[in-house]
Write a new protein. Structure first.
Length: 269
């Protein structure tokens, strides 16, 4: 087909198309423009809803000013993996200030049996080097008080994660436990069973910590689990990274914080 024939064919098609009936087509362009204009309009809250939200915010703020209501709303303290429920709000006291005195009638009484036989029955005893190679977190040792040295007993127990327990005893009276330090990994089941009584809130290395009293679940060599205290004293609980630390001591809060802040890695020979 040459060019003249092609032009003639096009003219014939145009002539035929004029005689055909087409169905009506929607005004697509106008519809799209209307949709774009409506989507640009800012959406505001209705006046009744805005007033309701404002009143709710004011009520919540007012409740937080009432100690009893605030205690009911903020009913637990989260330190690392330890969630401790409290009945009364406790103030944040700087470490260098004198701690308030609270009645300790809820304190569990000291164990009636010697501590060393109990230590002998605990599961998972190993050397410090074995423990260091067994766990996947660094075992830290306190450099305070001076001359403390390495722990006398080391235990690693399975509690949905390897929980390390370091124990220092009195050289003059080996049956007397001076201090114990627990390393509790994230996800451990043991912390779900803990309900210590909070004495006050404090800080360790600038991070939240609590000064409390109460026992802790330990596993015996016969697989039995019991709630015990290795030291007849208080407990300092704080966290760093994925590890929660629990220091049992009969020392003051200030000294316990100094011990906690003196932790450093074990020197590798």
């Amino acid at each position: 087909m040459n060019e003249s024939q092609q032009n003639l064919f096009e003219k014939q098609l145009l002539s035929i198309s004029k005689g055909l009936d087409y169905p009506p087509t929607p005004d697509v362009a106008s519809s799209v423009m209307r949709h774009l204009r409506s989507s640009r309009r800012p959406r505001f809250l209705s006046r009744p809803l805005a007033w309701s939200l404002t009143i709710l915010l004011i009520l919540c703020s007012s409740l937080m000013l009432i100690p009893s209501a605030r205690a009911a709303i903020i009913e637990f303290i989260q330190i690392g993996v330890v969630r401790i429920f409290r009945a009364e709000p406790t103030p944040l006291v700087p470490p260098n200030e004198q701690a308030p005195v609270f009645p300790v009638t809820a304190t569990p009484g000291p164990t009636s049996e010697p501590l060393i036989p109990m230590l002998e029955r605990l599961a998972g005893e190993m050397t410090l080097e074995e423990a260091r190679q067994f766990v996947d977190y660094p075992i830290l040792l306190p450099s305070y008080p001076p001359g403390l040295g390495q722990p006398d007993r080391i235990f690693v127990q399975d509690a949905d994660g390897a929980m390390t327990i370091l124990v220092w005893t009195n050289p003059a009276q080996p049956e007397d436990v001076l201090m114990s330090l627990h390393f509790i990994p994230d996800g451990s089941w043991a912390v779900k069973k803990v309900s210590p009584l909070v004495i006050q809130e404090t800080t360790v290395n600038g991070q939240p910590a609590i000064w409390a009293i109460g026992p802790y679940p330990l596993r015996y060599s016969n697989e039995a689990i019991d709630f015990v205290r290795l030291v007849d004293g208080h407990v300092l609980i704080w966290a760093e990274g994925d590890v929660t630390y629990r220091l049992e001591t009969d020392l003051s809060l200030e000294e316990a914080i100094e011990i906690a802040e003196s932790l450093e890695p074990i020197p590798i020979p």
